[in-house]
Design a binder for this molecule. Structure first.
Ligand code: HEM
Length: 531
């Protein structure tokens, strides 16, 4: 009975929405001269609802660009307009030059139920976002990012030690490295294993949330009023699941914050964003608003930094195993510049152009957030003869831009050489599109860049990454599939790695060099032992 009522409510609401939209279109058509950008033809009532791709969306949108012969595309469903930008020039013009109009974020009705309104990346453009962004900029600008170098070194060394001790557990080490970095920087919280409760609650929450966000995942995204239905009312399971996401989300904030307070009380606290804030608060006081902002920044960074770094390190290992000659070239550079007696540091960065090119190419080839985090237009705008309506969701298709053959010939080949000029110097293509655009560009990009670079240089300095062998000594082919999960793109191989499709071989000559000269501190002795 409840279900049939819900169904008829749904049909009525769909019809009302359609009628309302038709009316608005009719009234607006006189004033609206410009057409929307091209795209698949909408169906009656539901518009393009069935056209939205559920996976590999960035590739589908690239294909649509070819099909409709336009780098700007438009799709619409139940009055929600979506504009896709496949070319960098258009993203630059709209999201950077006209940033005032394009810095908002679309509101996804179910996000509030999740408790995601605290996430800076999802906040609407306005004063609240500005205050949070300011704190981020103070803490993650190029100069401030240097304060995290010690943590980045420490976590990288833990990664190396992990790979050395248990080379087949790639996935676990990579995860620990990525999440450990964020947790240390934000809370001084030492993540010892991937079974840590903070990781467990965050993962459970994210997986559950991702299932509710995808098209068709929850009716609440189509009919926002359903979010007011109490979770105990039967017939709307996504409402209950959203409550669970919220509880997990709250736990994710509570556990590390309690840890900071406890360690401050016990005198064992380590410096971090949240620790330093509470130290200051206990000493000289701070407002509730300031406390909320710090809590939200730390919580956002945990999410924003962890998954992107896991995704990028997956890409790195995958590209290295499939391109052994690139590894060798990078290792030759490391041997020449850093030598065999020490590990690379961020101070070596300017002297290791090939490692830099690998970093750029890795994020070009597989941007971790291929469609970026969507922006939203705050006013009607006209561009290249098209109307971009107020409230449209704007997807900069980073993947399409970094696979644009006119800019990156042979885009599906991993080729760090593309970042060198004819004289063999690094070229000036150093803007990493994977970090997004305009006023909402990734505010942690300098920190991320340091972490990723150090990881690449250090792993290649210590290991050669090779395909695993089966019992007969034959190489095991690896799975080349990538997998889009929610907003993110993960290399499927990260799952495969843990099933030992890959193994990490220590470079024999390094160990020989290290042990053959008693005056030389062996490189691996520098690595922390696993406690
Ligand atoms: C490889 C690593 C990373 C990638 C590829 C990445 C990518 C992105 C992208 C695409 C956006 C959205 C940009 C846009 O709207 O145009 C974003 C936003 C954001 N990122 Fe990152 N990110 C990474 C690491 C980090 C790290 C390490 C931090 C923090 C230290 C961080 C903090 C943030 C925050 C707070 C936002 C929201 C910005 C806003 O909406 O104003 N990210 N990131």
């Amino acid at each position: 009975m409840v279900l049939s009522q819900a169904t008829s409510a749904l049909v009525c609401a769909l019809f009302a929405l359609w009628a309302f939209k038709k009316l608005v279109d009719l009234l607006g058509s006189g004033a609206r001269q410009a057409p929307y950008p091209p795209g698949p033809k909408p169906r009656p009532i539901i518009g393009n609802m069935l056209d939205f791709p559920t996976e590999e969306a960035s590739r589908t949108y690239t294909e649509w660009g070819r099909q409709f012969n336009s780098p700007i595309l438009h799709v619409e469903s139940l009055g929600n307009h979506v504009v896709i930008l496949n070319k960098r020039e258009d993203a630059d013009e709209l999201l950077e030059q006209r940033a005032k109009l394009y810095s908002d974020r679309p509101t996804v009705p179910i996000f509030k139920l999740f408790g995601w309104e605290y996430n800076i990346a999802l906040m609407p453009y306005g004063e609240e976002w500005r205050q949070h962004r300011r704190v981020c900029q103070q803490n993650f600008n190029p100069q401030a990012a240097k304060q995290y170098e010690t943590i980045q070194m420490e976590k990288t060394r833990q990664l190396l030690r992990g790979l050395l001790d248990a080379p087949k557990e790639f996935e676990a080490h990579s995860k620990l490295f990525s999440i450990g970095l964020a947790m240390s920087m934000m809370y001084g919280y030492e993540v010892k294993s991937i079974d840590d409760p903070v990781i467990a609650v965050a993962e459970e929450g994210n997986i559950l949330a991702a299932r509710l966000i995808v098209p068709g995942g929850s009716l609440i995204n189509i009919f926002p009023f359903l979010r007011h239905i109490p979770p105990w009312v039967p017939g709307l399971p996504s409402r209950r699941k959203a409550m669970t996401v919220r509880q997990l989300n709250d736990e994710m904030m509570r556990i590390p914050t309690d840890f900071v307070k406890k360690s401050l009380a016990e005198g064992t606290a380590v410096s971090s964003l949240v620790t330093d804030f509470y130290e200051k608060k206990y000493a000289v006081g701070a407002s509730q608003e300031e406390e909320d902002i710090i809590r939200n920044v730390a919580y956002t960074v945990y999410g924003a930094a962890s998954d992107t770094t896991i995704s990028s390190s997956g890409t790195f290992f995958y590209q290295m195993v499939t391109n052994p000659e690139i590894q060798k070239k990078a290792q030759a550079e490391l041997d020449r510049v850093v030598g065999l007696r020490r590990l690379p540091t961020l101070e070596d960065r300017g002297s290791l152009p090939y490692i830099e090119a690998i970093y750029r190419e890795m994020l070009r080839m597989r941007p971790p957030v291929p469609l970026s985090v969507p922006h939203r237009s705050s006013e009607d705008d006209h561009y290249k003869g098209y109307l971009i309506p107020k409230g449209a969701t704007i997807f900069p298709n980073i993947w399409a831009m970094t696979h644009d053959e006119e800019v990156y010939p042979d885009p599906f080949t991993f080729k760090p050489e593309r970042f060198f000029d004819a004289e063999g110097n690094l070229n000036n293509d150093d803007r990493i599109l994977a970090y997004g655009f305009g006023r909402r560009v990734c505010v942690g990009k300098y920190v991320a860049s340091g972490s990723m670079w150090l990881m690449i240089a250090s792993v290649l300095a210590c290991f050669s990454i090779k395909k695993a062998q089966d019992e007969e000594g034959n190489e095991i082919e690896i799975n080349h599939d990538y997998h889009e999960f929610g907003l993110m793109r993960y290399v499927q191989a990260t799952l495969v790695f843990s099933q030992s499709f890959l193994t990490f071989m220590t470079r024999p000559f390094r160990i020989e060099v290290a042990s053959s000269n008693s005056n030389v501190q062996p490189v691996f002795d520098l690595l922390p032992s696993r406690s």
